[in-house]
Design a protein around this ligand. Structure first.
Ligand code: TXA
Ligand code: MG
Length: 324
């Protein structure tokens, strides 16, 4: 049985936090809110506990996890940080930015998918930070969805995928960003790689380091195994809608985007105010249309380059990958 406990994000109840921390310390699984999506947490230093994450999600074991920390000092105890990662951490943590860096031996191989590097991030959510502090261990946490499904942005979505598979859900309401953190490989300061676009835009990071983020070549792509898999897909087909392309819309189709495609007839539409709101609502929109038994989901292809457009395009492409 999975227990859900509501918790006030701005004033997390200490008793509930210590209950969740105790479960983590004894090797159990706890889902918790971050500012991006809900995470499925386990003691990152306990290989047996981490194994349970892979089992609960049905996740391939060579896809490494992010270690969530409550301070830069805690990150230093796990990976070899360099000047550039320290600088970025000081500016952007807590926040939706994950660093891949050389791992210290203390991190079990299972947590890092057998790699010599590991991913670390400090989430910008009071519940998450309180939990990591109370547990007094780094928390390994992928998104709290079944592997391949849309990431959960509220506790109901976590429950839908994970009921009976995990011990505890901390329900801290909806997440703010809606897509996962941006993952960058900073192990070589001369060549910083964008491994996964996400909740922090490329422009903001590039401005802070005054250089361009590089695209991984084929070898380094292998080093970010998560980007190889199909992801984020609801149980109904997702199709991409471009402004300049004529399409037939089947009956019983849903639409999400920022523009109102007036000429096209949809059973239901979700129109967002801007790109960041679109990113915020994409995964919950997928799950909403799924519940409503629509036959297709059409998503507008975001053309511009503002805000979270790059991360949004990445999620859309992978959700729709069977159909493009
Ligand atoms: O916002 C987020 O990042 C959320 C919340 C819960 O923090 N977490 C999340 O975790 O999205 P997950 O497991 O769904 O994605 C982690 C990504 C994967 O693409 C994985 O391959 C990559 O980080 N990653 C982890 N460790 C890595 C490493 N050592 N080298 C390269 N990529 C790594
Ligand atoms: Mg995920």
């Amino acid at each position: 049985m999975t227990i859900t406990a509501k918790i006030n994000k701005w004033n997390p109840d200490k008793k509930i936090i210590s209950q969740a921390a105790e479960i983590l310390r004894s090797g159990g699984l706890v889902a918790f809110p971050t500012e991006t999506v809900y995470g499925l947490g386990a003691d990152a230093l306990n290989s047996e506990a981490v194994r349970k994450i892979y089992l609960a999600k049905g996740r391939p074991s060579d896809n490494p996890l992010i270690l969530h920390v409550h301070s830069i000092a805690q990150a230093e105890s796990l990976v070899f940080m360099n000047e550039i990662s320290r600088k970025l951490a000081k500016i952007f943590w807590p926040g939706p930015l994950t660093f891949v860096l050389p791992a210290r031996e203390i991190i079990p191989l299972r947590t890092r998918g057998g790699l010599e590097t590991a991913a670390v991030r400090m989430p910008d959510n009071p519940v998450a930070l309180a939990l990591i502090e109370a547990a007094n261990i780094p928390i390994a946490a992928p998104s709290a969805n079944l592997s391949g499904r849309p990431s959960p942005t509220d506790s109901e979505s976590v429950y839908q995928d994970m009921n009976g598979r995990i011990d505890f859900i901390l329900d801290g309401g909806s997440t703010e960003v809606g897509i996962e953190s941006t993952v960058i490989d900073v192990s070589n300061p001369e060549k910083i790689l964008m491994l996964r676009p996400g909740g922090m835009s490329r422009e903001i990071i590039e401005e802070a380091i005054n250089t361009k983020l590089q695209v991984p070549d084929n070898t380094s792509k292998k080093r970010s195994p998560g980007t190889r898999y199909k992801h984020y897909s609801p149980a109904i087909p997702v199709k991409i809608l471009r402004r300049d392309k004529a399409v037939n819309i089947p009956d019983n189709s849903g639409f999400m985007g920022v523009n109102n495609f007036d000429g096209l007839k949809f059973a239901e539409k979700i129109i967002f105010d801007d790109i960041n709101n679109y990113a915020h609502g994409l995964f919950s929109g997928f799950r909403k249309f799924e519940r409503e038994n629509l036959d297709y989901i059409f998503v507008e292809w975001p053309e511009d380059n503002t805000g979270l457009a790059e991360g949004l395009r990445d999620r859309i492409l992978r959700a729709a990958c069977d159909y493009v």
